[in-house]
Design a protein around this ligand. Structure first.
Ligand code: FMN
Length: 147
């Protein structure tokens, strides 16, 4: 079974809500999903998944520092050819998911476009978009598996 890792960091829970909804969408397509806060993840373990979605809210026009470190450690493990996706809640500028996607692309990951950003707390329509992203990631993973 294809496996998706969802790693996030969220200060007030908005990016966490997105992560859970992405997981729900992906599970509806019958793939294996693990969704956890970054500190529950070892970058080595995350690197063993077929797809990796990373979420961070934007703070001071950047991704949160622990996520930046996690991403560097993950890339050092080797992620070339894996499916990547970036998401996060933001307030006014929302750079974090864009920066995550850029790093993923540089590392050779196949990044799902566009990144998913939600302003502040996700509403019902945002949750649906997150579920849709989860499904899209799952379909992309399944397609790659059969190619
Ligand atoms: C100290 C501080 C700095 C922030 N800096 C930014 C920023 O530079 N750009 C932006 O879009 N949002 C910024 N925000 C807003 C957060 O990204 C926003 O509140 C987001 O919903 C938090 O999501 P989370 O609960 O998943 O951490 C900032 C918030 C705080 C408290």
């Amino acid at each position: 079974m294809v496996k998706l890792a969802i790693v996030y960091l969220s200060t007030q829970g908005s990016t966490r809500m997105m992560a859970e909804a992405i997981a729900e969408g992906a599970r509806q397509k019958h793939i294996e999903v693990r969704v956890d806060n970054f500190y529950e993840w070892d970058p080595k373990d995350a690197a063993s998944y077929d797809g990796i979605a990373i979420g961070s809210s934007t703070f001071y026009y950047k991704m949160l520092e622990p996520i930046a470190k996690f991403l560097d450690a993950l890339i050092a493990e080797g992620v070339d050819g894996k499916v990547g996706s970036a998401f996060g809640s933001y307030g006014w500028s929302g750079e974090a998911p864009v920066m995550i996607a850029e790093k993923m692309r540089e590392a050779g990951m196949k990044v799902v476009d566009p990144v998913l950003r939600v302003q502040y707390v996700p509403e019902e329509k945002d949750i649906k978009e997150c579920q849709r992203l989860g499904k899209d990631i799952a379909l992309k993973l399944k397609k790659l598996r059969t190619e």
